[in-house]
Each structure stands twice: as C-alpha cells, then as structure tokens.
Design a protein around this ligand. Structure first.
Ligand SMILES: Nc1ncnc2c1ncn2[C@@H]1O[C@H](COP(=O)(O)OP(=O)(O)O)[C@@H](O)[C@H]1O
Ligand SMILES: N[C@@H](CCC(=O)OP(=O)(O)O)C(=O)O
Length: 260
C-alpha cells in the first residue's frame, strides 16, 4: 500500500510591482527565478498560490500609450491587458526551467460576492494545485469599475487567502515590513515585527507614500492584513527585493512584520 500523502501547508504569495521589477522599469527575470527557486526548494512541505502584480509595468516595456490621458483609468486598463499575457509568459518560461508549472487566473472583486463564483474559484484552484500547477492570479483589470477597485492586489490577495483558507499569506513588497512612522521618516527604518492593534498600526502608515510602481501603498496592505486577520489567516509582510526572502523569513533570518 502506498504511503498517504503528507498534507502540505498552503502559502498565498502576493508579489508587488516593485518587487517584480526590483525597483526598475523592467520586469526582473532574476526575481521571478528567485521566487521559482524558493518554491522548488520548499515544495515537499509547502504548496503555493501566487497573486502577482506587474501587468502594467510589463506593458510599458512594449508599448507607449502615454498621452494627455495617461493617468486615466482606461489607459491603465488597456496597459494591463497588453502586459498580462507577457507577464504570464515570463513566469511560465522561467518556472519551466525549474520544473514548475504555472497557470493564469484573473479575478475581480465582484467574484467574491457570489456564492457560485466563490465555489468555482476554490474548485479550480484546488484542481490546479493538486495537479502540480502554481496558479498566478491577477485582478481582471478590464472589468474593474473604479479607481479604488483597480489595482489593489493586496486586498485581492487577502480575499483569495480567506476564500482558500490558506495557512499563510505572504505579502512581498520593497520594505522589511511595516516600519514605525517615526523611524521611516527619519531614515533609520525599524520594522514593527508583531502587530497587536490595527488602529495603532494605521497611525504608522505614511500617507500617500508608495514606491515608484506601487499602487496601494502600505495602507492597502493594512486593509489586507485586517481582512486576513478576520479570517484567522496569519500574514507576513516581507522584503521581496532580497534574494531568498521566503526561505529567510521562514527561518527567521530577516526582519518582517507578522500578524498571527
Ligand atoms: N510605515 C511604513 N513602513 C514601510 N513602508 C511604508 C510605510 N508607510 C508607507 N510606506 C510606503 O509603502 C510602500 C509599499 O507599498 P507599494 O508602493 O504599494 O508597494 P507594492 O508594489 O509592493 O505593493 C513603501 O515603499 C513605502 O514607500
Ligand atoms: N493589476 C495591476 C496591479 C497593480 C497593483 O496592485 O500593484 P501593486 O501595488 O504593485 O501590487 C497590474 O498587474 O499592474
């Protein structure tokens, strides 16, 4: 009789645009490789679902839709439509080299309000994961209806983590988690390692401060933390710019913000 399969811990990894570009204007194949290598190294104990931003940044490598309307929502939507297939192609090419399989799922917020859609999301993702595929999720930006909904992959990641009842949500960004506002402003950032109180945490977010390609800033990550916390999902905010950031966080070798 064959041994029963060991139950793996499921991690939902959210990767922001700045992590994927390593803060440049180009998607970093090196970063995608770094992520793939870590997933491959952890695959005996962990299974992964990814929420990846980056479609808009990738599109800008290929086209210039800049115009007087460049900041308009529809231009951003058009850019993500152009960039998304390239983003998935780059994931698939790099993951294949490491023996990993990737698939695409596009979700919108309204999908989380309908029982039927929720069931379909869970069933589809479970089949993908059970068959060794890593679902790469992004927001279905074409149908996103307003500026608030558009481009908030942090919230999308938290809703997905809650729906899938994952064991851990990791949000990879370009800081070592959430810093105290004072230390962030004076240039000597100190990570808040454990979060006890969300209203206190909100005071630490530096208003309107987000990175070059980022959309939501740290405040959208705090909203994501709250959603995940209500669903009893442990969440870490980690520095995805650094090599080996998932494994180093698991082994407590790097500072990050944790909410149990
Ligand atoms: N207290 C804080 N600690 C760390 N970063 C903060 C804080 N307040 C605001 N930020 C900003 O949030 C940014 C991360 O959010 P964002 O630019 O949306 O990144 P991502 O592309 O990873 O989603 C940081 O680069 C930083 O500028
Ligand atoms: N769907 C958009 C996501 C934008 C977004 O949420 O960006 P980020 O703040 O870097 O996670 C894209 O792929 O460009």
């Amino acid at each position: 009789m064959s041994k029963p399969k060991k139950k793996k811990k499921r991690i939902l990894l959210k990767i922001g645009s700045n992590t994927l570009t390593k803060e440049s204007d180009q998607i970093s194949r090196g970063k995608i490789e770094d992520i793939g290598r870590q997933i491959a190294a952890l695959q005996d104990d962990y299974e992964f679902v990814i929420v990846s931003s980056g479609a808009k940044v990738v599109a800008k490598q290929f086209v210039n839709l800049e115009s007087t309307y460049s900041e308009e929502i529809n231009v951003k939507q058009a850019l993500t439509s152009i960039g998304q297939p390239h983003l998935i192609r780059i994931f698939q090419e790099n993951f294949r080299e490491l023996g990993l399989l990737a698939s695409q799922c596009l979700l919108s917020y309204s999908d989380f309000e309908k029982e039927e859609s929720k069931k379909n999301i869970v069933n589809t993702i479970n089949i993908l994961v059970d068959n060794g595929y890593i679902p790469i999720i992004n927001e279905n930006d074409t149908v996103a209806t307003d500026e608030i909904q558009f481009g908030d992959n942090d919230k999308l990641a938290a809703l997905t983590a809650a729906l899938l009842e994952v064991d851990l949500l990791i949000i990879a960004t370009n800081t070592y988690g959430i810093y105290t506002a004072k230390s962030f402003k004076n240039g000597h950032p100190e990570t808040i390692t454990e979060v006890q109180n969300f209203s206190e945490l909100k005071k630490e977010v530096v208003d309107n401060d987000k990175s070059s390609h980022g959309t939501g800033g740290m405040s959208s990550k705090v909203v994501a933390l709250e959603i995940a916390n209500k669903a009893n999902i442990e969440t870490w905010i980690v520095n995805g710019l650094k090599d080996n950031f998932i494994i180093n966080s698991i082994n407590q070798k790097t500072p990050f913000t944790k909410i149990e």
